[in-house]
Design a protein around this ligand. Structure first.
Ligand SMILES: NC(=O)c1ccc[n+]([C@@H]2O[C@H](COP(=O)([O-])OP(=O)(O)OC[C@H]3O[C@@H](n4cnc5c(N)ncnc54)[C@H](OP(=O)(O)O)[C@@H]3O)[C@@H](O)[C@H]2O)c1
Length: 202
């Protein structure tokens, strides 16, 4: 698969380090242009390239990996979200600026992301743990649990597969409203360190 990133910071780099050894390709982007990412592209190695946010959004899956105040600008830099799988890895920080429209306390942060990317098939993932907990990309890494939520099962499945393939444990929590609310910052399942052990069979 080809995975595009809006953002090239800690989240984008950590996910890239998990998926590149599996043979997936990544396209990183930021506001400063592809040239500014050349050192990082070299460091991450084969399968990595840099592009514009628009080019990143044209990949099989695009991950939103910007800080909350930049969400609206990042999403609006892509003219057409129709049908794209958009993985929302962001956390809505308390006290950060509000986004419009739809940035209301009763909306989950991924519902707000979905409002700002009309037509996108939004999946919330990779937001629920600090990246430091999944920085280990070795084959002996802990099977860390990551929660995944979304309203479109056909969009959610490849994201769950990617998490699983990366040696992490994806758990489907349901919709953007219910699951998204559980795993978003401030929700009861955010920032909880869980690892999957062996399955009990009788
Ligand atoms: N770090 C973690 O452990 C962690 C864990 C879970 C979730 N999260 C959440 O994930 C998101 C990303 O976190 P991070 O730690 O990766 O942040 P980060 O290291 O600060 O990276 C943010 C990236 O976004 C880029 N960016 C800013 N505005 C942009 C735009 N309009 N279009 C495209 N790229 C843009 C920045 O590059 P330029 O400024 O050069 O454009 C930078 O590369 C945040 O919402 C955070 O709350 C973080």
């Amino acid at each position: 698969m080809k995975i595009g990133f809006l953002g090239a910071g800690q989240v984008a780099q950590t996910i890239a380090r998990h998926v590149l050894p599996l043979g997936h390709e990544v396209v990183l982007s930021n506001t400063r242009g592809p040239q500014s990412l050349q050192v990082l592209v070299k460091e991450l190695g084969a399968g990595t390239s840099a592009g514009t946010p628009q080019q990143a959004a044209e990949q099989d899956i695009v991950v939103l990996a910007v800080m909350w105040p930049a969400v609206q600008a990042a999403l609006s830099s892509v003219p057409d979200w129709s049908g794209r799988i958009l993985v929302d890895a962001t956390n809505r920080l308390p006290r950060s600026n509000t986004l419009s429209p739809g940035d209301l306390p009763e909306r989950t942060s991924s519902e707000i992301v979905a409002d700002l990317a009309p037509g996108a098939r939004v999946v919330k993932a990779f937001n629920s743990v600090p990246m430091a907990w999944i920085a280990d990309t070795s084959s002996s890494k802990p099977n860390t649990v990551l929660f995944v939520s979304g309203d479109d099962q056909h969009a959610k499945q490849p994201v769950l597969d990617l998490v699983q393939e990366s040696g992490l444990c994806g758990i489907d929590l349901g919709s953007l409203r219910t699951g998204g609310g559980l795993q978003q910052l401030g929700g009861p399942l955010a920032g909880i360190r869980l690892t999957a052990g062996e399955r009990f069979t009788s």
